[in-house]
Ligand binder design. Structure first.
Ligand SMILES: NC(=O)c1ccc[n+]([C@@H]2O[C@H](COP(=O)([O-])OP(=O)(O)OC[C@H]3O[C@@H](n4cnc5c(N)ncnc54)[C@H](OP(=O)(O)O)[C@@H]3O)[C@@H](O)[C@H]2O)c1
Length: 236
C-alpha cells in the first residue's frame, strides 16, 4: 500500500527517509521454503530482502537498511559483503542493526568498511533496559542515533490496567505542560542525552500529531524521574 502511494506521488520520495529491515525468516504460507521460524544473517538473505523491499516500496533505494536481530550463526564478513554490494549498487544508502547489544554491535562494526548508523532498540517508559545495559552509552560514544521501537509500549501504556498508576502520574505531568500523555511519553524518551528517534506504530493522524508535539516538550528533570519511578524503576 505504501509503495502504491509512493508510485502515485513519486515527487514525495525525496522528502522522506525509507528504512526497512531483514533477518527474520518466518515459517508461514508466504514462505513455504522455511520449516521453522529462524534468524538469517546470510549474504543471500540480506540481498534478497533488500531487493524485495525495493520492489514492495516502489523505489530504487532505501535510506537505511537494518539487520533486525543478531543471528548467532551470522558471519560478519558475509554481512559486510552483502552491505557493500547493496551500497555499491546504490540500492541502500546506509546500514544499521536492531536489538543488538553493544558488544554484538562492536563485533559487526569491526567487519564493516563503513559505520553503522543506528541500533533500533525497544525503549519506552515501560522498557528501560537500554538505560543501564550500555546500549545507549555505546550510541553516545559512537555519535550515532538510536531508534526506539514501541515508544508507547505497543499501546500497553494506555490499555494495560497494570499501568494505571503510571498513567495517572503521566496525566498530571501532561496537565502541567498543557500536553497529552502521548506527547509526554515521547518527550520522556527524547529527554535522554543520547540522540533517539522514536518509531511510532500508529497511523492515526491525531495520535501522530500528539506524539510529534512531544518533540517540543522539554521535560523538567524531576518530572522525568517522577515518571521513571512511577513505571517501577529505581536508580538505587
Ligand atoms: N526492531 C524490532 O524488534 C521491532 C519490534 C517491534 C516493532 N518494531 C517497529 O516499531 C514500530 C512501532 O512499534 P509499536 O507499534 O509497538 O509502537 P507503539 O507506538 O509503541 O505502539 C503502537 C500501538 O499503540 C496503540 N496506541 C497508540 N496510542 C494509543 C492510545 N492513546 N490509546 C490506545 N492505544 C494507542 C496504537 O494503536 P492504533 O494503531 O489504533 O493507533 C498501536 O497499536 C513498528 O511499526 C515496527 O516498525 C520493531
Amino acid at each position: 500500500m505504501f509503495g502504491a502511494a509512493l508510485r502515485a506521488r513519486p515527487g514525495r520520495r525525496n522528502s522522506i527517509q525509507l528504512i526497512s529491515k531483514c533477518g527474520i525468516a518466518p515459517a508461514s504460507v508466504l514462505s513455504p521454503q522455511h520449516r521453522v521460524l529462524h534468524l538469517d544473517g546470510s549474504r543471500e538473505h540480506i540481498v534478497a530482502s533488500a531487493e524485495r523491499s525495493l520492489r514492495a516500496l516502489c523505489t530504487d533505494h532505501l535510506d537505511v537498511f537494518l539487520l533486525h536481530r543478531p543471528d548467532v550463526l551470522m558471519q560478519c564478513e558475509e554481512v559486510a559483503e552483502a552491505f557493500t554490494q547493496l551500497s555499491e549498487q546504490g540500492k541502500v544508502r546506509s546500514f544499521g542493526v536492531s536489538n543488538f547489544s553493544s558488544s554484538q554491535f562492536a563485533v559487526l562494526q569491526a567487519a564493516l568498511p563503513f559505520p553503522l548508523v543506528t541500533n533500533q532498540i525497544e525503549l519506552s517508559v515501560l522498557k528501560t533496559d537500554a538505560l543501564g545495559n550500555g546500549v545507549l552509552d555505546d550510541i553516545r560514544l559512537r555519535g550515532i542515533v538510536a531508534m526506539a521501537w514501541s515508544p508507547l509500549g505497543g499501546g500497553r501504556l494506555f490499555t494495560d490496567p497494570a499501568n494505571e498508576q503510571l498513567i495517572n502520574v503521566m496525566a498530571s505531568v501532561a496537565h502541567r505542560y498543557g500536553a497529552t500523555i502521548t506527547a509526554v511519553a515521547i518527550a520522556w524518551i527524547l529527554r535522554l542525552p543520547a540522540k533517539i528517534t522514536p518509531v511510532l506504530g500508529t497511523i492515526d493522524p491525531e495520535r501522530l500529531t500528539q506524539a510529534a508535539r512531544g518533540c517540543f516538550l522539554d521535560l523538567d528533570r524531576q518530572d522525568w524521574y517522577e515518571i521513571f519511578a512511577a513505571a517501577g524503576n529505581s536508580f538505587a
